[in-house]
Design a protein around this ligand. Structure first.
Ligand code: HEC
Length: 236
């Protein structure tokens, strides 16, 4: 039998384990460290903008309510997924996602391109009781959100913090965060009323309104950017 140089090593369990661990660690570092120093490893996508103040609040409600436990926001590059959800998720789309909400379970469908798929009133009814829209749905009702007033006391601070991390919010956007959020909420509420929903004073300023604004934004930036960019990503 030919002499194998590694045979003596394999006889020494502990030494072999340590050397194996070292080899994996060094390999891992060689793979992981360079991207931190290479500029342009992520293709910037023109048109990708940070969330508005109201959408940001909606996103925080999405996080608080644990929607991410049932919904992913990550379309994988498989035909079955792209046929159903559209362009698969590109890294550059997530530059303003803090924290990421990729998720790891899909009890319900992926939501990363749900913006504009349904009118606001669809979401309003669906949050009140998903069974009104889809009788077999096991999504919990979130009717209570429409009775909970949206808290804007930290909105300006949230924008400030994100700006300090590099999100391109202007001074005016930060100063006007609460006013902007209220104005956008009024728009969402007006669209709901135009669509036949009857909203009380509290409902017009409720957390559901912010959540709808957030959902309606998902995937829209990419849809509005030139198609050449999206297909350049798809070719990679
Ligand atoms: C227990 C799991 C579960 C949780 C938690 C959950 N959902 Fe769902 N969701 C579903 C299922 C299942 C469906 C598909 C049936 C339906 O439309 O109700 C769905 C559908 C949806 C849809 C429609 C998607 C489409 O493309 O048709 C939206 C939007 C949505 N959920 C948003 C939310 C939000 C926002 C939250 C958190 C406030 C949430 N869901 C929490 C299970 C869940």
């Amino acid at each position: 039998m030919a002499w194998k140089w590694h045979a003596p090593l394999e006889g020494k369990g502990l030494t072999f384990s340590i050397l194996t661990a070292l080899a994996i660690l060094v390999g891992g570092m060689i793979e992981l460290i360079p991207p931190y120093f290479l500029q342009g490893t992520i293709d910037p996508i023109p048109g990708v903008q940070p969330y508005t103040a109201l959408e940001l609040e909606g996103r925080d409600i999405y996080i608080r309510e644990g929607c991410v436990n049932c919904h992913s926001q990550m379309i994988r590059p498989f035909k079955t997924e792209t046929d159903r959800y559209g362009q698969y998720t590109l890294p550059g789309e997530g530059v303003y996602e803090r924290p990421f909400l990729y998720g790891s379970r899909r009890t319900g469908p992926d939501l990363s391109r749900v913006g504009g798929k349904y009118p606001n009133s669809w979401h309003w009814i669906h949050f009140r009781n998903p069974r009104e829209i889809e009788p077999r749905s096991n999504m919990p009702p979130y009717e209570f959100l429409s009775r909970s007033e949206l808290d804007l006391s930290l909105t300006q601070r949230k924008l400030e913090v994100l700006a300090s991390l590099g999100h391109p919010y202007t001074e005016a956007q930060i100063e006007g965060a609460v006013a902007d959020a209220s104005a956008q909420a009024a728009q969402v509420a007006a669209a709901l009323e135009a669509d036949g929903q009857k909203l009380g004073e509290l409902e017009r300023r409720s957390e559901t309104i912010a959540l709808i604004a957030y959902l309606q934004r998902l995937g829209r930036d990419l849809a509005q950017s030139p198609p050449a960019v999206a297909s350049a990503g798809a070719a990679q």
